[in-house]
Write a protein that binds this ligand. Structure first.
Ligand SMILES: CC(C)(COP(=O)(O)OP(=O)(O)OC[C@H]1O[C@@H](n2cnc3c(N)ncnc32)[C@H](O)[C@@H]1OP(=O)(O)O)[C@@H](O)C(=O)NCCC(=O)NCCSC(=O)C[C@H](O)C(=O)O
Ligand SMILES: [Mg+2]
Length: 280
């Protein structure tokens, strides 16, 4: 269980002032301010300055502010990493992480900021467990477009092993894992289905590309009222069973043991964290 919700993580091109402004009013849990693929090569330097000014102006409230820089092996990566010193952000997202050494290289340039890794290359996926265990890594973001490109694959089913390897690595290391984007941003039913699939696999949230996707991800990755009510009933029933010297309770015809109470408490904690974020 993490300290805050990560249901929706919206990419915003660092070059788009209007979108940077719009995000101040969106009910999104995480903002991924992008200097990488959403910014054209000619616009990289200007985007860096525009983003620095937008972050300095503030107004993003309790949303987690993560800046995606260009890779350190590109023409822009070193300048992006240097600019982080002047950016009011909470973490940095490093694209195309292949090995823990890639994380070491960035960590040496930025002593304090938590680092998130884009998991989007075949080599990175094979090294997922070691990358997740790196002491500076706080989260994984799946880059399903780049991964499909490198694999020359089609469709989400072809990515299942990679998604699950990243999830296993993230869960074993206790870090956050966010699912990849759904490109067809006008297809609400398709997004809803893919969010449900990612949630059921164990992802903490979904990365998004358009404001219209936010409400769908928030609904999919937040507990429903029925789930919260069930969690309360399970805890109540289990505590009553324990008081009676029993290790098992029954709720709605299903057994409830101490391990289910861990999940029930996590559900309540998540609902509380969402309520706290929404009123912050
Ligand atoms: C996809 C878009 C290019 C569509 O843009 P546009 O045609 O302008 O959309 P709308 O006219 O419907 O926009 C309506 C208003 O919403 C604002 N807007 C649009 N997108 C965003 C956003 N991402 N964040 C905040 N606000 C946004 C517009 O400014 C309009 O506002 P207003 O005029 O005030 O009403 C566009 O959505 C876009 O550029 N999206 C982000 C694309 C992106 O970031 N791509 C890179 C990340 S995906 C990736 O790289 C994944 C990974 O690495 C992998 O490998 O898979
Ligand atoms: Mg990518």
């Amino acid at each position: 269980m993490h300290d805050r919700p990560y249901r929706s993580a919206l990419y915003i091109p660092g070059s788009k002032e209007r979108a940077l402004d719009k995000a101040r009013g969106l009910p999104v849990d995480v903002i991924l301010f992008d200097l990488e693929d959403a910014v054209a090569p000619d616009a990289k330097a200007r985007a860096r300055a525009t983003l620095t000014d937008a972050l300095a102006a503030g107004g993003y409230g309790a949303r987690l502010r993560i800046v995606r820089i260009n890779g350190l092996d590109t023409a822009w990566g070193a300048a992006d990493a240097a600019a982080l010193r002047d950016m009011a952000c909470d973490a940095v997202l490093l694209p195309k992480v292949n090995t823990p050494a890639d994380v070491d290289a960035l960590a040496a340039l930025i002593p304090d900021l938590p680092i998130w890794a884009m998991m989007e290359t075949p080599e990175g996926i094979l090294n997922a467990a070691a990358i997740a265990r790196h002491p500076r890594i706080a989260g994984f973001v799946l880059g399903t477009n780049d991964l499909a490109k490198d694999l020359n694959s089609r469709g989400r089913a072809a990515l299942a092993t990679a998604l699950q390897m990243c999830l296993l690595a993230a869960k074993a290391a206790g870090i956050v894992a966010l699912d990849g984007v759904y490109n067809a941003f006008k297809d609400e039913d398709g997004l809803r289905a893919e969010c449900a699939e990612g949630r059921d696999m164990g992802f903490d949230g979904k990365t998004l590309i358009h404001p219209a996707q936010v409400a769908i991800a928030n609904a999919a990755f937040g507990p429903t009222e029925d789930e919260v009510a069930l969690a309360r009933r399970q805890i109540e029933a289990f505590e009553a069973a324990e008081a009676d010297g029993q290790g098992v309770a029954v709720v709605d015809g299903r057994i409830v043991e101490s391990l289910h109470i861990v999940t029930a408490r996590a559900t309540l904690a998540k609902a509380e964290a969402i309520a706290a974020l929404e009123t912050a």
